[in-house]
Each structure stands twice: as structure tokens, then as C-alpha cells.
Ligand binder design. Sequence first.
Ligand SMILES: [Zn+2]
Length: 217
Amino acid sequence: MILEEISSKNMEIVENTQKLKAELIEAGKKLAAKNLLPATSGNLSARFENLILVTVSGKDKAQLTEEDFMLVNYRAEAVEDISKKPSAETLLHSLVYENYPKANYIYHVHSSASVILSKKIGANKEILLENYELLKALSGINTHSTTEIVPIFRNSQNIASLAQDVKQFLSVKSDIHAFVLEGHGFYTWGATHKECLRHVEALDTLFSCEIEMMKLN
Ligand SMILES: [Zn+2]
């Protein structure tokens, strides 16, 4: 490759990651405003070629800047700036990108509704979302008359073993839009930034509805 081509390729990488960073910064602001990313929790990522652009851990997601991201490979290892530490949970992002070729964005939020509902139902069980008009906000669903399964996995600080549990589930049932970690939060993904945001908001609302329904029973 001649020098000119190399520098134009670099420019392209900078421009493309800038666009993705702007979308993730906007997602951070919107989701934090809804209290879905309390106290620096959660993480946001976007697929970038064969790499993942992800938020570094410990940042207030309402105030992300372009410096608060890093590029990692699918083994969750830093590929540019090795002084930045990726979140251990990045392995779960890799798993989703590997299993869902159409997923280009993953938002992991610590929504109170997912925390409460998963503690109530328990790990290794499933949340069944049925007959909600809002299910149509999930990509590929065009009727309320359906059942969306959201698996709940036991929370663990051992992300490699957690990733193994998720992988095993996906090998049997992959047509899901999200999964929940018990007492922790949920992961959802989308082809675009807007679709991923829509999934977060719809699922958080549906989990809240399930909690309210339980109160009436
Ligand atoms: Zn988390």
C-alpha cells in the first residue's frame, strides 16, 4: 500500500469511529437520563469492522467524551491504547456480535425493572413477555400475539463462565432480543443505534409492566 493510501485508510478509520462514538455518546445521555445507567454502571458498544468499540469502565455514561472509548478484539483485548482497560463484561459483547451477524450495537443497562424482576423470578428461568402491543418495538415482531422469551442468567464476577452459560443457551435458542443477568441488568442489541435504543426502552417498559402485573395477582 502506498503512503497516500495508508493515510486515507487511517482517515477513514478515524471518521468512522467518530460517527460511532457520537452515537454511543448520545445513547449514554438518553439512557442515563432515564436512570438506566446509574452510578457509572453499564456499557455501550458498536461493531467496527472486525473489532468492537466499547466504553471504558467506570465512566459516567451521561458525560461520555471521545476519550472514553477503546477498540478491542473479540477476545476483549485492547488493540490500540493498551493503557485503557476494557470492562470485563466486554466478553459478553463479543459473544453477541459473534452470534448475531446483524447486530451492530449492544447496550447493557442496569435498569431497576430488570433487576427487580430477575430477582423475583430467579436465575436459570425465563421472563415470558406475551400479548403486549409494545413487543412490536422489537425487530422482526409485527404482532402483539407472540411470546418473547428473555432468559435470566445467574450473575457472576467470573465473566468467562457467565459467557459460557449464555453461549450454551444461544446454541439452543437464538431468536431472542435480550438476556438478563439476575439482580444486575440486561443486554440488548440492534442493527442500528436507533433500533438498539428502541429495544432498551421497550424492554425496560415491558419489565416494569410485568412487575405491576405481579402486584395485581
Ligand atoms: Zn453490568
